[in-house]
Design a protein around this ligand. Structure first.
Ligand code: ATP
Length: 598
């Protein structure tokens, strides 16, 4: 495939935000493709070179890209910078500049294969002299690019490709292009993706072996599986009712979810909830795991929690988050903030997949295969059959430093549901008992200038929940409190790469912030209650026509959810359930007061 054809598809994709249209364009794009080109196009269209969990990054900063563009069109970096300020996007500026110069046509048009190869070389360039090498490679692509190709190349390397194709839409398109488009085919494609986390791989198997062949896509050490997620319930009686009267209750540890891949030989690899590799952050776990697990190779899941090694007591989570991104003084932090992994599930044991077994079977297996150490322990569990026993266990969990409990179904069918949220697991937290709503993970979609002490900085952020069915981000609050000076100062840097000149098409809100942001960064917030709002758009119209849900008196908890991507934020449906359970607690009438809070 020629790259200019792909660029033309991107231009069409960029012009629409309607999911059905996006899907139709995608089907047209991928139908003629075959592996390995198909996989490359799928990765590229998501702004990646490899599946996300491999964490391949191009390492091209704005300044580097500006330099490459300036060299390619024979101008200076200063003028590229000025033009970019005016257009708001280096991609657009590149397109304009390339239109004014003669293209190098001798080597023929760029192909997708060549572009992919050169971009991979840019990503691979590391160490001394790599910056120059990256610029050189990018220039060699740009001098051959059409203006439109140039626009998308530059956006790709900067990580700002906005063609809006999300995983779920790609799964739809795959089902339509390479299977019969039925619900069943779609479900099997999604299941293979949930197990492998690699769309390119799934697409390849689908094309070559058909839907039936997808059954061969299984677990593999080093390739993370998408995590199973929990629903919420308003009280323990409701939890037990959902589970059919009996349930396994476990402490709900408040830390970082970790998926540990432990081969027979070779390095242990740890993945976050978002499937990022975090092995380097927890050397004490990668060291301890092989000795603590009997049947290798194994894939285990657990929660990584800071712990006082002398007393065995759980410490507040903030202690662990201080570790993120720290490389240099890791040894010191390791000593100051030792962590322990509380293991709660097993997916692969002795090289055999066990994720499909019922939860009681998996737990029994886990108990047999674990040799608990200081660093690796089994999540505390108790099987209960009535509310008093559940309440007692919940109180014990909270007293031990847990956030609450995680209830797990004992029924047949309680196999591990990769990538799915359901009532097989139900979380019940301490906050619920205090009448507070659960925390909400909101995506930053805009920022407001600060006043007074915060003048010159952003003072508040516009947050949204995610609606996966419509692929939209719907705002539910504007949050300014809860940020200490350090957090406030760090925000602009974290958000810089998401800034955009206009409202992203996927964002729905009645407010206009001073600065729009593409959905990227997720913040945890807590508030007094959820109310109906004429300005916010979360679950719009679900309770009352024209009204969305809003969080009153929102407050940042101090926790940036680096382990969640924008589409993993709290969903509109979850927010609606939180609203309804709160209404049920507060009064028998179905409606809470409307509040005009912004
Ligand atoms: P979610 O993972 O449901 O999207 P979240 O990341 O905001 O939400 P919580 O609402 O706090 O997290 O609850 C779910 C998380 O609880 C799990 O993803 C896991 O990290 C953690 N957890 C702690 N203890 C357990 C346990 N015993 N079993 C399963 N998960 C546990």
């Amino acid at each position: 495939m020629e790259f200019r054809d792909l660029a033309a598809f991107y231009e069409r994709l960029e012009a629409t935000s309607k999911r059905l249209e996006v899907r139709a364009i995608l089907v047209e794009l991928i139908r003629p493709l075959r592996p390995p080109e198909l996989a490359r196009v799928l990765y590229l269209s998501q702004g990646m070179l490899r599946p996300e969990y491999e964490g391949v990054e191009l390492g091209v900063a704005d300044s580097l890209a500006r330099r490459a563009v300036a060299t390619a069109v024979g101008t200076d970096e200063g003028s590229v910078g000025r033009l970019t300020k005016a257009s708001g996007d280096l991609g657009t500026t590149t397109q304009e500049l390339l239109a004014t110069v003669r293209r190098l046509e001798e080597s023929g048009p760029l192909t997708v294969a060549e572009v992919y190869r050169e971009l991979s070389r840019i990503a691979e360039a590391k160490g001394a002299g790599s910056q120059e090498e990256k610029v050189r490679l990018l220039v060699s692509l740009l001098v051959r690019a059409t203006p439109l190709e140039g626009k998308f190349l530059v956006r790709f390397v900067l990580g700002t490709l906005r063609v809006g194709v999300r995983e779920m839409t790609i799964l739809d398109a795959l089902a339509e292009a390479f299977a019969d488009g039925s619900k069943e085919a779609r479900a099997r494609i999604e299941a293979a993706f949930n197990l492998s986390s690699d769309l390119g791989l799934v697409a390849g198997v689908l094309v070559e072996q058909g839907v039936g062949g997808l059954a061969s896509v299984g677990l593999e050490i080093g390739r993370p599986i998408r995590p199973m997620l929990a629903e919420r319930e308003r009280d323990l009686a409701a939890v037990l009712e959902r589970m059919g009267g009996s349930a396994a209750l476990e402490y709900k540890y408040d830390g970082l979810r970790v998926q540990a891949h432990i081969p027979k030989r070779g390095p242990v690899r740890l993945f976050s909830r978002r499937l990022e590799e975090i092995s380097a952050q927890f050397p004490e776990l990668t060291d301890a795991l092989p000795g603590a697990v009997r049947e290798l190779p194994a894939i285990l899941e657990g929660e990584c929690v800071p712990i006082d090694l002398d007393t065995g007591e759980i410490q507040p989570f903030q202690e662990v988050s201080r570790r993120r991104g720290r490389k240099h003084d890791l040894a010191r932090v390791q000593e100051e903030v030792p962590v322990c992994l509380f293991v709660f599930d097993v997916l692969l044991a002795g090289g055999q997949p066990v994720y499909e077994q019922s939860f009681p079977e998996r737990r029994a297996r886990l108990e047999r295969m674990l040799r608990p150490t200081d660093r690796v322990r089994l999540a505390v569990q108790s099987v209960v059959h009535d509310v008093p026993a559940a309440t007692e266990f919940f109180e014990e969990a909270v007293a031990a430093g847990g956030e609450g409990i995680m209830a797990k179904s004992l029924k047949d069918g309680s196999g591990y549901r990769a990538g799915a949220r359901g009532y097989w697991w139900i979380k019940y937290k301490r906050e619920y008992t205090a009448g507070l709503s659960d925390s909400v993970d909101g995506v930053v979609v805009g920022a407001f200038q600060g006043r007074g002490r915060r003048a010159g900085h952003y003072g508040a952020y516009l947050l949204a929940v995610y609606d996966p069915a419509r692929d939209r981000f719907e705002t539910f609050c504007k949050v300014g409190s809860g940020f200490d000076d350090a957090a406030l100062a760090a925000m602009p840097k974290r958000l810089a790469r998401f800034e955009t000149g206009e409202r992203p098409p996927s964002v729905e809100t009645g407010l206009t912030p001073d600065q729009w942001m593409r959905p990227g960064l997720v913040l945890e917030v807590r508030g007094a209650e959820l109310t109906l709002s004429p300005i916010h758009r979360a679950a719009l119209g679900a309770v009352r026509a024209g009204a969305g849900l809003a969080l009153r008196f929102p407050r940042f908890t101090g926790r940036v959810r680096d382990d969640k991507g924008p589409t993993e934020a709290t969903t509109s449906a979850e927010l609606l359930r939180m609203y309804r359970s709160q209404v049920r607690q507060a009064s028998p009438s179905e409606e809470a007061p409307t509040s005009p809070t912004g």
